[in-house]
Ligand binder design. Structure first.
Ligand code: ADP
Ligand code: ASP
Ligand code: MG
Length: 439
């Protein structure tokens, strides 16, 4: 039995957290391959080492003095090393990193040192081999992850080892420079290592007891989700439930490896199991709720729109031409709305609107900004009639005006558009009606 265990930043933020991590790893022999993040926040006002590195490197690139900032980063590691009583010095590593900052080795290089150095510390503490991810995780010329080369090299490397620490978040480009995944990308490394080692399970250890039915920053102590499918999880992560990087699903899904989200601070909690499919009925009609702010709706009206062949295509073409992708497109007989990300649209607004006026001749275009989208996701919604109705009445009761509703054809999700100012109230109302009232 092989398990790959990934520990997030808060799980490795201090010597105390390192001790918990070691206890978890050594509790089961199957926990063979370990993927650490960089040290995260020790308390809510703290700064993650990754952010310290970005800040420090930006000073270096501008030719400004960065000694103080660099010393603060060194102090994070040195404190962990000394409190754990390790026979380890990172001084020569720090010197190399500093020289590369001065030599402008790149922002990705800078950020990746957070995981790299933490990996060295953790490997020393556990007595495991350290594998530099630059030697086993590869990107192609275009900066896309290269699964074929990575799979080959990494599998071979892991096959010869009983245990190893592989730092998260980065790999190397064909020209040997360092490249990172996007923020939160250590989750992806964990998934890649799980696939390459043919693991039975990918455990992702964080600071919550699994995927929760709602964002814990909006609802106090939401109920955890016991089992969730990859599809449901993808819908929720895409909409902002960022417990797990959304790209972390693909490598393990292909290999049929389940993911278990676990809490480093409460290892006895079962957490959430993420699987391809399950016969397990969810505890509630909905599996979870997630949402994001920052959307704009472009509402277009034209009499007889429905019978005008190619109207929708012409409208969408104006967005495509300008490189703006759309999130949703609810439509009526004479109306259609295109929901887009506010930031992406703002840059191209006038070009797109002029294009629609010129090429589609609508009766009117109305723009609604500051929208939030909320995804209500659940595999059980299909077999439970009246879910949309219950959402509407809960929102009406909470005095939330629903601006848009869009049900995915798979009946796995219902997307609701509300004003940003109603976002929190809407989340709470939906949570209350489906989850809290059943607790
Ligand atoms: P790590 O550093 O371990 O990778 P992250 O910060 O990336 O951890 O992810 C865990 C955080 O995700 C939690 O602390 C929580 O604040 C946030 N979060 C957002 N939505 C949810 C949700 N639905 N369930 C659980 N956690 C959530
Ligand atoms: N340390 C990186 C970040 O803060 C990657 C990760 O934690 O997954 O984004
Ligand atoms: Mg994370």
């Amino acid at each position: 039995m092989t398990k790959v265990v990934k520990f997030g930043g808060s799980s490795l933020a201090s010597a105390e957290q390192f001790r918990k991590v070691k206890e978890i790893i050594t509790a089961e022999e199957s926990r063979r391959f370990v993927v650490p993040s960089a040290p995260g926040k020790r308390f809510s006002a703290d700064t993650k080492v990754t952010d310290m590195l970005y800040g420090c490197y930006d000073l270096a690139v501008k030719g400004k003095d960065f000694d103080k900032e660099f010393e603060a980063i060194k102090a994070r590691y040195n404190e962990i090393i000394s409190e754990l009583g390790l026979d380890l010095s990172l001084e020569s590593e720090f010197e190399i990193v500093k020289a590369c900052f001065i030599g402008k080795a790149g922002r990705d290089y800078a950020a990746s040192r957070g995981e790299y150095l933490n990996g060295i510390v953790l490997a020393n503490y556990l007595g495991y081999s350290f594998i530099d991810s630059a030697d086993v995780i590869f990107f192609d010329e275009k900066g896309q992850f290269d699964p074929v080369k990575t799979g080959r090299v990494l599998s071979e490397r892991l096959a010869g080892l009983e245990n190893a620490v592989v730092p998260g978040f980065y790999g190397s480009m064909p020209n040997d420079t360092i490249k990172t995944f996007s923020r939160g990308g250590s989750d992806i490394t964990g998934s890649i290592v799980a696939a390459a080692s043919n693991a039975d399970l990918y455990e992702n250890w964080t600071d919550v007891s699994g995927f929760l039915t709602c964002d814990p920053r909006i609802v106090d102590d939401p109920a955890p989700i016991t089992t969730i499918t990859y599809k449901e999880l993808r819908e929720l992560s895409y909409m902002g439930a960022t417990v797990l990087h959304e790209d972390a699903i693909f490598p393990v899904r292909k290999a049929g490896i389940p993911i278990n989200i676990k809490n480093t601070n409460k290892p006895e909690d079962p957490g959430t199991l993420i699987v391809e499919s399950t016969s397990q009925k969810p505890a509630y009609t909905i599996t979870g709720i997630a949402g994001k702010k920052g959307f704009t709706a472009i509402n277009i009206e034209k009499d007889m729109m429905n019978s005008e062949l190619g109207f929708g295509r012409k409208v969408l073409w104006e967005f495509e031409k300008n490189g703006v992708s759309f999130e949703h497109m609810p439509s009526g007989i004479d109306t259609m709305s295109i929901v887009v990300s506010q930031d992406a649209f703002a840059d191209k607004e006038q070009e797109i609107l002029a294009g629609i006026h010129r090429n589609c001749q609508p009766d009117s275009i109305d723009i609604e900004t500051d929208l939030a989208l909320i995804a209500v996701v659940g595999r059980a919604m299909k077999s439970n009639r009246g879910t949309a109705g219950r959402i509407f009445s809960a929102l009406a009761h909470a005095h939330v005006n629903v601006k848009m509703i869009d049900q995915g054809s798979s009946e796995l999700n219902i997307i609701i558009g509300v004003s940003e100012s109603d976002f929190e109230a809407a989340n709470k109302a939906i949570y209350d009606i489906f989850v809290a009232t059943k607790l």
